[in-house]
Design a protein. Structure first.
Length: 158
């Protein structure tokens, strides 16, 4: 069974407020804030709640950018709604999940991120919607990501 989650890309101009995670999955990597949906909660409600819980920042109506499905033969199988919220700049607040850091858009490829995220930031930057299907091997190496809306492979590793 896939777990259902949300990620919220918090942006101020060309800077992104990302979480350097301390817990698995993606420990030590910079990711958008987010988490699992609770019972009887819509994805957008989860996006607002998770942003408030992890950052203390209140967002009203984040914009749905796309959906990411991640599939692996191990216990890492997610369906994730990806949202964008433009927010005013503020000092990164403390977070129980790790350290929040502002990263410039042109520096996103210089920090460790999950293998799907740089492609997602590119879609968001271009203002394009997406439905992405990411496949991992049993060692959690991304070997394939397919754009279902455009009908093309986005990432293919040997």
């Amino acid at each position: 069974m896939k777990k259902i989650a949300v990620m919220v890309i918090l942006r101020c101009g060309n800077h992104y407020l990302l979480l350097e995670r301390v817990k698995a999955p993606n420990a030590g990597k910079f990711v958008p804030v987010g988490g699992k949906l609770e019972a009887h909660e819509s994805p957008v409600e989860a996006a607002v709640r998770e942003t408030r819980e992890e950052t203390g920042i209140s967002i009203a109506l984040p914009k749905l950018c796309g959906i990411l499905s991640e599939t692996s033969p191990v216990d890492y199988n997610w369906l994730c709604y990806i949202y964008l919220a433009d927010i005013p700049f503020q000092e990164p607040p403390p977070c129980d999940e790790g350290r929040l850091v502002w990263i410039a858009g042109d520096q996103l490829d210089a920090v460790p991120t999950p293998p799907t995220d740089l492609a997602i930031y590119d879609y968001v930057h271009r203002g394009e919607h997406f439905i992405l299907d990411a496949r991992y091997d049993s060692d959690m190496n991304l070997y394939w990501m397919y754009d279902e809306l455009l009908g093309r492979i986005v990432i293919q590793n040997p």
